[in-house]
Design a protein around this ligand. Structure first.
Ligand code: SF4
Length: 367
């Protein structure tokens, strides 16, 4: 049996899984870090956290791409809508994302849209191509934030050739180096990793197997149902009790150790990894996907280079008083933030974690 091919535990239903977790001989509290906004949604909305034994803590990590999208990227998108007669396409998750402070213009893309900018929401990358084809005389910029699961279809589209009037403003991130940086830190208070099934379907598990082995942290790939996540939680706890560290795979229909080689190859051909700023967390080497120079013509950064430098924004900068940085590293809960549902609401998010429906604070407001 090779890593990544361990069998699903014999716990076949939720009650059995909870009983099996309860029965594990945990000598101390165990903090399990999840890296996926979609899994966090299941965990929050199902009440899974409350169902855990006292010694098991499910910790929300930097799994929401919008929440870590730097202020400078939002500012650049805003300036594009102010200075060019173009159409800006965004995922719903970026629409409410606020600047950290008032710099005398619009504070978010929703704000810009409400004041007449042509900002439209799209739900899939291919929709951007359709909009650009429908209006060939108009410049269209697709502002997108995401991880490998989103970059794979984007890379495929670029390789096929985008319409001449379409370019991409990208905030693409790779999370492994950030997790390694956290695990290397003195305050590394993470005992195990819950890995995102959709991203691992692209990247595979081999990179995570190295992280798991190097840092002696149990890990498991999970899908997006209550029972599947619960099985993955049980698996990492079982590893913890046995003193083991490997990657168990509970999304085996889609995730293989080497992932999807075609998608990985397409991502490598279109994007390169450079140092990247994570809002609230700062600059991390090798974490930002940037379009290779070959594709400059589709890169909004190159086509409209004039605004990125205008906003003096420190790496990792956050709105004053916002606790998203600590929330994204599982060191605080949304409820610990004094602004939660007081000054910061889904209608008027003050910090990034409240702006996207994958954000930890946005999800927490529902329970
Ligand atoms: S409630 Fe708002 S201000 Fe507080 S941590 Fe969450 S997003 Fe930031």
């Amino acid at each position: 049996m090779t890593p990544g091919e361990y069998p699903v535990t014999s716990t076949s239903n939720v009650r059995d899984s909870l009983a099996a977790i309860e029965a594990l001989p945990l000598a101390r509290s165990v903090r399990i870090f999840n890296l996926c906004g979609d899994q966090e949604r299941v965990i929050v909305l199902s009440g899974m956290r409350r169902a855990m034994p006292r010694k098991v803590e499910l910790v929300s990590g930097p799994g929401c791409a919008a929440s870590i999208c730097p202020e400078a990227d939002v500012y650049q998108a805003l300036r594009l809508t102010e200075c060019h007669p173009l159409t800006l396409l965004v995922g719903e998750n970026l629409l409410r994302l606020p600047l950290n402070r008032d710099v005398g213009g619009r504070r978010s893309l929703l704000d810009a849209q409400q004041h007449g900018a042509d900002v439209r929401v799209v739900s899939a990358p291919v929709q951007a191509v359709m909009v650009a084809r429908a209006e060939p005389e108009r410049d269209v910029v697709f502002f997108v934030a995401g991880f490998e699961s989103l970059l794979a279809p984007l890379a495929g589209m670029v390789l096929e050739g985008l319409p001449d009037n379409l370019s991409i403003l990208l905030c693409g991130r790779r999370v492994e180096p950030l997790v390694e940086q956290v695990l290397n830190g003195e305050a590394a208070d993470i005992d195990a990793l819950l890995l995102p099934g959709n991203r691992c379907a692209v990247t595979g598990t081999q990179g995570w197997e190295r992280v798991s082995a190097d840092y002696r942290r149990p890990a498991a790939v999970a899908g997006y149902t209550y029972s599947n996540i619960l099985s993955a939680v049980h698996a990492v706890l079982q590893q913890h009790c046995n003193g083991e560290a490997r990657v168990d795979n509970f999304y085996r229909g889609l995730v293989r150790p080497d992932g999807n080689p075609l998608a990985r190859d397409q991502i490598d051909r279109v994007f390169e990894l450079v140092s990247g700023d994570w809002r609230g967390l700062g600059e991390v080497q090798g974490t930002a996907f940037r379009m290779r120079r070959t594709y400059d013509v589709f890169n909004a950064d190159r086509r409209f280079p004039d605004y990125r430098g205008e906003l003096i924004s420190e790496a990792g900068g956050m709105p004053d008083g916002c606790e998203c940085a600590a929330v994204a590293l599982g060191r605080k809960l949304p409820l610990d933030c004094p602004l939660f549902l007081v000054r910061c609401t889904p209608q008027q998010p003050y910090g990034p974690c409240m702006a996207s429906d994958d954000g930890a604070c946005y999800l927490q407001r529902a329970v």
